[in-house]
Every structure is written in C-alpha cells, then in structure tokens.
Design a protein around this ligand. Structure first.
Ligand code: GDP
Ligand code: MG
Length: 370
C-alpha cells in the first residue's frame, strides 16, 4: 500500500504535527515530520483520536479467502495455542525459546535432531502449545500488515534488570492492535540488579496491571538462562489458552499461513506452513501466496517425516513451484486443476503488479473514506 508521512497524517487528522510527534513518542516511536509511518502506528494514532481506519476491500476472484467456508460450531474442536515471544533486544527472547524447548521436548522423543523450522511444538500435561520462533516483530508487522493473524497469545519478555524499553513498548502496541492476550515474562530474575517491582510499575503505565495489584495481567518471574520459572510460564499459557477457547475443524482442507520459506539447493522451494484450520496431507494440491503445487513431503519440528498435519501444527513442506513469502496465506484445493488455475491467476496478477500497472489502495485513499 501507499505511504503517509507524519506531517501528512497530522493534516488528515487536522492536528498539529508536533502533537502527532508527541503521541508517537509516547508509543515509543521516534519520528520527524517528513518521515513515513507504518500502518500499525497510523491505526494507533487514529484510535487515540477516536477515528477508525477502514480497509478498502477489493473483490478478487482469486482471493484464497473465497475458498475458505465457515465452519459449523459442531465441527470445531480444541486446538493448541500459537504463541509468539516479543520484547526488547537482549531481554532474553531467544534464550527463553531455547529453554522452553529444551525443558519440554525430550531428546529421545525427537529421535535425535531437532530441526529449526521457525516454529516448534511442546506437550505439557497432554496439551500441545505451538511456539513461533521467528522474531516476534516480523510475525506481527509483516504478517499482520498482510492480513494474516497467526498469534493467539503474546509473551512479552522484560528483563528485570533493565525494565521497559522502546521495543517493549512497540511490542505492547503490536499485541494490543492485534487484540491478543499478553503474558508478561519478567526475565533475568537471577541477576543482581533484578527489580520486578519496577517492571510491574512501568508496565502499569501501559495498562498492563498485575493481578496482585488488582489488574488482569499475568506476570511470571523467571530466569530463562537458569531455567527457573519455565513451568510456571507454560502453566499460565495453558490457562490463558483455555480461556480463549481456541478451536478449529480438523476435518476439512487445510488453510493457514507461511511462517518462513527459502530455496534449498537439493529440495527446491521449502516452506514452513502453520496449519490454522483443517488437516494438511502429503499429496494435497495447494495454493500458497502466488505460487502453487502439490505437497510432496512434510517434515515436522522434530525432523520427522509426517503424512498429515492438523490445526496449529507447523510443518516444513516441499513441492511448491516457487518460494512464497512469510505471511502468505495457503489453501488446499480438492482438485489439482483448480489449484493450478488459481495459482496461475495469482502469479499473473503479481507479474502485472510488478510491471507497475497495479491496482493499489494507498493510505490516502483509505483516509478519504473516514
Ligand atoms: P534476545 O535478543 O531477546 O533474543 O536475547 P537473548 O536471548 O539473545 O539474550 C541476551 C543476553 O541475555 C544473552 O547474553 C543471554 O545469555 C542473556 N540472558 C538471557 N536470559 C537470561 C537470564 O535469565 N539471566 C541472565 N543472567 N542472563 C540472561
Ligand atoms: Mg534473539
């Protein structure tokens, strides 16, 4: 979509540029008048002024959503939560993801090698949880701006010795915009300067009030490096996921989102797909973003070959004609002919868009409508 500068937004909203800049600062975003701002920030600013941003919807006969019918309530069953870990750089996101995986996935079960496919699953008291280990930010910004919603629960990691930092605030804003529940992981509790009260105090200023203080936000104190508090965090994730009543219909064609994708010398296009509804099978005709194919092989996060993948399962897939992009949607079709037809039409459209004669909705267009 198009671009909008801070000054341009101020004009649209009939406000002083300095006022908008100040608002952005309170959201943890430093910007100058002529700087472009992203859609998420625009939405947040508009919200502050009680202005709703409407997205223009173009009817496109090759839109994958058209092929996804609604489920009947009686066909829905519980599915695992999909969790993203966010937070300021160096506050311990990667360490936490590693600790959770190492604590909850037994090596024997893995049959040796665990594989990095951008997401992994653990099992705790008979219930699975899916963790995306792509950077939380990418998961929200690139995927959300493209209409994909993959995260059910956001874990916000805040180092107890450092407190709330700019990217902490950014993460809060993304999670709030996506309307996902946030669990606070107060990390590095083993450090000398750890001050969890300060973290709670600072987050209260962002309307994340701890349960102990009469609020509704769950805080878990932990040390990712010493692997202390991991069980508490997992327990809280299970609790929140129960409240959310996450459901899907496993008995239908699969649909979902690309988590990551790349070209592999030997295997061709390799994409990690998160199945969000239905069950994905080897042999399924599939359209993924602007490419298509037939699922040739699937490998799970434990490096094992699998034939099927149900809701909330991440799986690495080969058999696509080209490499899709993170955030692309995918849908399985009953027959290969239809998949090819839709895939080719989408590819054609992409080629035309690249040539420049694209039909585009700029943010200015969006603002004409409010
Ligand atoms: P990320 O940038 O958020 O992914 O942070 P990392 O996981 O890479 O961690 C940044 C640094 O903090 C590394 O040196 C980690 O070893 C360290 N670290 C992470 N968690 C803890 C913790 O619980 N305690 C202590 N003392 N250090 C930690
Ligand atoms: Mg990291």
């Amino acid at each position: 979509s198009g671009t909008l500068t801070v000054g341009g937004l101020a004009e649209k909203l009939e406000k002083d540029t300095s006022e908008i800049i100040k608002k952005l600062m309170t959201l943890g975003i430093m910007a100058t008048k002529n700087q472009d701002i992203d859609e998420d920030s625009i939405e947040l600013i508009c919200e502050e002024y009680g202005v709703e941003v409407e997205q223009e919807v173009e009817v496109d006969e090759n839109d994958l959503d058209l092929y996804i019918a609604e489920d009947k309530p009686e066909d829905l069953v519980e599915r695992p939560a999909v969790v993203t870990i966010m937070g300021h750089v160096d506050h311990g996101k990667t360490t936490l993801l590693d600790s959770i995986r190492d604590t909850k996935v037994t090596a024997g079960e893995a049959g040796g090698i665990t594989q990095h496919i951008g997401a992994y699953q653990i099992e705790d008291k008979g219930k699975k949880i899916t963790f995306l280990d792509t950077p939380g930010h990418a998961a929200f910004t690139s995927m959300r701006s493209r209409g994909a919603k993959v995260t059910d629960i956001a874990i916000l990691v805040v180092a107890a010795d450092d407190g709330v930092m700019p990217q902490t605030v950014e993460a809060i804003n993304h999670a709030k915009a996506a309307e996902v529940p946030i669990i606070i992981a107060v990390n590095k509790m083993d450090k000398e300067g750890a001050n969890p009260d300060r973290v709670m105090q600072e987050l209260t200023e962002h309307e994340l009030v701890p349960e102990d203080w009469g609020g509704e936000t769950i805080f878990v104190q932990l040390s990712a490096i010493k692997r202390e508090g991991i069980d508490d965090l997992v327990e809280m994730i299970q609790l929140v996921s129960e409240v959310e009543e996450l459901k899907a219909n496993p008995n239908r064609n699969a649909s979902g989102t690309v988590i990551e994708a790349q070209l592999d010398k030997g295997r061709g296009s390799v994409a990690t797909l998160l199945v969000q509804n239905g069950t994905l099978n080897v042999g399924d005709p599939i359209v993924v973003g602007n490419t298509f194919g037939r699922v040739r092989a699937m490998v799970n996060d434990l490096g094992r070959r699998v034939k099927t993948a149900g809701p909330s399962t991440p799986v690495e897939v080969t058999g696509l004609n080209e490499v899709p992009q993170a955030g692309d949607q995918f849908t399985v079709f009953d027959d290969e002919k239809k998949a090819r037809q839709v895939g080719e039409a989408r590819q054609q459209k992409q080629i035309e868009e690249k040539r420049g004669d694209k039909v585009r909705v700029s943010l200015d267009d969006l603002f004409e409508q409010i």
